[in-house]
Design a protein around this ligand. Sequence first.
Ligand code: UD1
Length: 416
Amino acid sequence: MSVLKISGGRELRGTARVHGAKNSVLPIIAASLLANGETVLHNCPKLSDVDAAIKILRHLGCSAERAGNEVIIDSRGLSRLDIPHGLMREMRSSVIFLGAMLARGGEAELSLPGGCELGPRPIDLHLGALRELGAEITEEGGSIICRAAKLWGRRVNLSFPSVGATENTMLAASLADGTTIITNAAREPEIWDLQCYLRALGVAVYGAGTPTVTVEGTKISASVSHSVIPDRIVAATYLAAAAATRSEIELTDVIPAHLSTVIEVLGEMGCDIRVERERIRVSSDGKLRAVRPIITGPYPGFPTDAQPQLMAAALKARGTTAFVENIFDNRYRHVGEMRRLGADIKLEGRVAMVTGARKLHGAPVTATDLRGGAALVVAALGAEGVTEISGVHHIDRGYDGLEDTLRAVGAKIERV
Ligand code: UD1
């Protein structure tokens, strides 16, 4: 098992390129089943979650090959409609294949994703929406079996703007008979990217980025190429790293508008942030101050996926910053590990009170989930001495070339 060894307390200077978004590429890989043709995905990050999605495609009888930053998929050979437990366990977001398998083949079987490191992750909204479109769903022995001789366009109202449920509904609706109108849809940029891909396939889908997404079902047989949007959470991680280390970093290949809440918080903390078309330059003189409460919420609210990394930056700020986590029940597992580095954090339910500006020191810590692990990297970069982070496989799910990128801007980080 490898660990990341970080010698902290160094200033970072230089340019870092932001890779393609994990949370965009995964639903688009599932959507490639609908194409019944070839999809070339550009800007596709090398991540263990992407490898797991590719394995699922191959299991289903499709071909999928990586060539550098491209993944080439041919979904004409689809020959099965089930995802076994082992593959589901490798990547819980594989539930996103449900809508695509059902639409393309009339049935789908997969084991329930169950709980994950962020707490219980129910899929009732996904299943409710698919039922609306005409699916019959049974749950037996930890598996869900969906069948639909035909899917029908319908009105689907989500009681919460779930990202995955919105995506699953969009996928199923793409091949349904008639028009589906999803209300209270998630508005995340990744929904917009999925819409772009579906449009390339010839589906009339509009409204992504607003609470109402409309999908006119159609027949698809298309070969297309698509370039994945930049990963806003990876960008937020590097911005937080600069803030925590009195550094100056320029991010390239990024869409600043997707990061407005994160940029606003870092600006309030005292970072100087300049935004150009596809670049963000951040500099920090190390004199950070606490900010008003950081409250996570569905987009355009503050992203839950950036909460841990910004908490790592807040550890360096004078005063107390409150964090309120509204999306996941169990998203403070990094807190115990941050305390090992000397952090002063009080936890009460959904609220974490972070008192910063204490001296952080290196220590052995464990990444317990993807973004919590990334936050430990940020905290370690801002701590004096050596931090060894184990549980690196969590971080590898979402960061392509993390060590190389950080080393290129002057960090002392190695995988041992
Ligand atoms: C996606 C992202 C994840 C991010 C999250 C919130 C991907 C692959 N993952 O996850 O990184 O943290 O959005 O921005 O894109 N819920 C239900 N029932 C459901 C579905 C969700 O109760 O059927 C609840 C969840 O338990 C959670 C909340 O809704 O509390 C948000 O979940 P959702 O938006 O669905 O997140 P994911 O799509 O799983």
